[in-house]
Design a protein around this ligand. Structure first.
Ligand SMILES: O=P(O)(O)O[C@H]1O[C@H](CO)[C@@H](O)[C@H]1O
Ligand SMILES: O=c1cc[nH]c(=O)[nH]1
Length: 236
């Protein structure tokens, strides 16, 4: 057990999918995994382990923001033997080339968070996805015919930022979307030697003022879960 995860040794699979919302973790466990059982519930941050096509897989909420995902990802890796963490979340888009419901795969994650400067002093360490996970996800997206983009993402500490000019900056430098966790997850994975990937569906277009409906959110979530499970089902 750790301060934030009340599971036993061996309760987690080597691969953990991490949605932000713990109720999404519950939804995934109940609708996509077989023989799923709850393995942790501290602070209602639910984690489950089950099987997908015979492959042992866990799913656990990360909460919102870099500090929250950093706590859970670190403890999963150092105390529960987790080797692969795939964030499955939502993001806002700033470029008209990116449409609502598209999937964004964060090959890299830029951020205004200071965590990685604290972690790697005097170095702007590149926050990058694990290439093997990224390749699997891109292959699964091709196979399933998903509309997807691979590139740089912006992980913001503020959901409600007072600075709207930052969207110009993000668009100018080719950010595919803005969310709040990927750069933290990649920093933890780098520090503790695990593999990580962050994959988001575009739920909001921040330039065009468009937002998915509740039904569209559910559909994109289901599509991304299928894509992710397809990507990791043969992972060692
Ligand atoms: O959909 P999830 O994974 O929660 O991610 C996004 O949604 C939250 C903000 O509403 C932030 O956590 C952001 O990263
Ligand atoms: O962080 C996020 C997530 C979804 N949509 C946004 O606009 N921002």
């Amino acid at each position: 057990m750790t301060p934030h995860i009340n599971a036993q040794s061996g309760d987690f699979a080597k691969t953990v999918l991490m949605p932000g919302d713990p109720l999404r973790a519950k939804y995934i466990a109940e609708n996509f995994l077989e023989n799923a059982r709850l393995v942790t519930d501290v602070r209602n941050m639910f984690g489950y382990t089950g099987e997908y096509q015979g492959k042992r897989i866990s799913v656990m909420g990360s909460g919102m923001g870099v500090p929250s995902i950093s706590i859970y990802a670190k403890e999963l890796i150092t105390d529960f033997g987790v080797e692969n963490i795939i964030r499955i979340g939502s993001c806002g888009a700033v470029s008209e080339k990116i449409k609502l419901m598209d999937v964004v795969m964060a090959m890299g994650a830029s951020t205004d968070s200071a965590v990685n400067r604290t972690r790697f002093p005097q170095t702007d360490f590149a926050m990058i996805a694990d290439f093997g996970l990224l390749r699997r996800a891109a292959d699964a997206a091709e196979k399933l015919g998903a509309s997807y983009h691979v590139g740089n993402l912006y992980s913001s500490d503020l959901f409600y930022s007072p600075d709207e000019s930052r969207y110009d900056f993000m668009e100018k430098y080719g950010m595919l979307g803005v969310e709040m966790e990927a750069a933290g997850l990649y920093g933890v994975a780098t520090e503790f030697g695990a593999r990580a990937l962050a994959m988001m569906t575009v739920t909001d277009h921040l330039r065009l003022g468009q937002h998915l409906t509740a039904e569209e959110r559910q559909q994109t979530l289901n599509d991304m879960i299928k894509l992710t499970l397809e990507a990791v089902k043969d992972l060692d």
